[in-house]
Design a protein around this ligand. Structure first.
Ligand code: CAA
Length: 391
């Protein structure tokens, strides 16, 4: 659904023709194809493989990678726009897409050598292979440097042993970017980033999670028992794993900010429609000041969150540091998504609390944006480190 606020073309930020085209293209695909099955995907916890295949067929999986690696050569603003449009329709699809593009393919582009780009990036950019990112563990989420999954160098292979938790695209992926520890005494300076393929010896799947939201995205534990990984699958060098992970999350957080903006806008768009139709006390809801004020506040905050997200994307496109901008966008957008979707449920009243309308799903989907790719508390730490300590 298209509404008529400034949200599509914020003042001071005119979208280019290319960005506008991506917005229209992804919006059409998402509203026509993904929105109608979003409730079923959620209800059945079903991974919508066909959505990923359509994104691949539409040349969207390699969004900001050069054409020589199977990408589309577009900018990061286009990527943010695409994730928002997907999230408006189906948050599950937006996260399976962003975990693939910004958490797995992007670090291969930034940290990989030519051979790794040909072997891993190109098939992911073309959407032939699906990626997943494995950093968290049962005992380490926010404290990434405490990872205990071991990678011991033996000849030309690492032998990997350990468990990784909360893996988006879980059992569905083909390539896993795994952060593992070569020497725990070195903490973050002992970590390595390894590309591990599904089907590698000793690589199995653990618990499949039963989640509050984004229920169609496969989230599971992955387990390595004496899994041999060629040294040639390492991104960067020994000890670079933490920097690979953190720099990847910088880009990933823009994806989650876009997802949060999309979830919030999606819920509000449904509320605009409902408020025009629903009658109470002899008038439609949109004529009641209590409802108007809620909507005004929501749209103002969503527009601000979108601008923060674009600001971070522009900094990334310019090659400027954008760690702080990405953390600010994610922090703000996630909190806006949570409070907006709660208000949207309120506008729908009892109808907001049942699955007949999509706003309850948007509310459940919103919560994870305050948690994954760094909780809101972690974003505050990242921002404070840059703002106050000059890191
Ligand atoms: N880019 C590159 N390098 C970075 C960096 C960045 N953004 N941030 C930090 N570094 C470097 C530092 O320069 C420092 O380098 P030196 O060793 O050379 O000095 C090193 O990393 C350590 O930095 P810190 O001292 O700041 O690290 P820390 O241990 O204090 O941790 C933290 C900082 C912010 C808490 C970090 O651990 C963090 O972001 N944690 C949250 C992790 C997270 O987001 N997890 C989510 C899991 S992924 C997910 O959700 C999956 C999914 O599928 C959706």
């Amino acid at each position: 659904m298209i509404t008529t606020t400034l949200k599509d073309q914020p003042i001071g930020f005119a979208l280019t023709e290319e960005q506008r085209l991506i917005q229209e293209t992804v919006r059409e695909i998402a509203q026509k194809e993904f929105a109608p099955r979003a409730a079923e995907v959620d209800k059945n916890h079903r991974f919508p493989r066909e959505n990923f295949e359509l994104l691949a067929a539409s040349d969207l999986c390699g969004m900001f990678f050069p054409e020589e690696y199977g990408g589309a050569g577009l900018d990061h603003v286009c990527y943010a726009i695409a994730v928002e449009e997907l999230a408006k329709a189906c948050a599950t699809t937006s996260v399976l897409y962003s975990a693939h593009v910004s958490l797995t393919a992007a670090p291969v582009y930034s940290w990989g050598n030519e051979e790794q780009k040909k072997n891993f990036l190109a098939p992911m950019a073309r959407g032939e292979k699906l990626g997943a990112f494995a950093l968290s563990e049962p005992g380490s989420g926010s404290d990434s440097a405490a990872a205990r999954c071991k990678a011991i160098l033996k000849g030309d292979h690492f032998i990997v042993n350990g468990v990784k938790n909360w893996i988006t695209n879980g059992i569905e992926a083909d390539y896993y970017l795994v952060i593992a520890q070569t020497d725990s005494a070195l903490r973050h300076r002992g970590l390595v980033a390894l590309m591990i393929e599904k089907g590698s010896p000793g690589f199995t799947f653990g618990k499949l999670e039963d989640k509050l939201g984004i229920r169609g995205s496969s989230t599971c534990q992955i387990i390595f028992e004496d899994t041999p990984v060629p040294v040639s699958n390492m991104l960067g060098g020994i000890g670079d794993g933490f920097k690979v992970a953190m720099s990847t999350l910088d880009g990933g957080r823009i994806g989650i900010a876009s997802q949060a903006v999309g979830i919030a806008q999606g819920a509000l768009d449904h509320s605009y429609k409902y408020a025009k139709e629903r009658v109470a006390f002899g008038v439609t809801l949109n004529q009641l000041q209590a409802i108007q004020f809620m909507m005004v506040e929501m749209q103002t905050e969503i527009d601000a969150a979108r601008l923060l997200t674009y600001q971070a994307s522009v900094a990334q496109d310019r090659g400027q540091p954008f760690t702080q901008e990405a953390a600010m966008a994610k922090l703000y957008a996630a909190e806006v998504a949570m409070r907006s979707t709660v208000k949207c449920v309120q506008i729908f009243g009892g109808y907001g609390y049942v699955t007949d309308y999509p706003v309850e799903r948007h509310m459940r989907d919103a919560k994870i944006t305050e948690i994954y790719e760094g909780t809101s508390e972690i974003q505050r730490i990242v921002i404070a480190n840059r703002l106050l300590k000059g890191q």
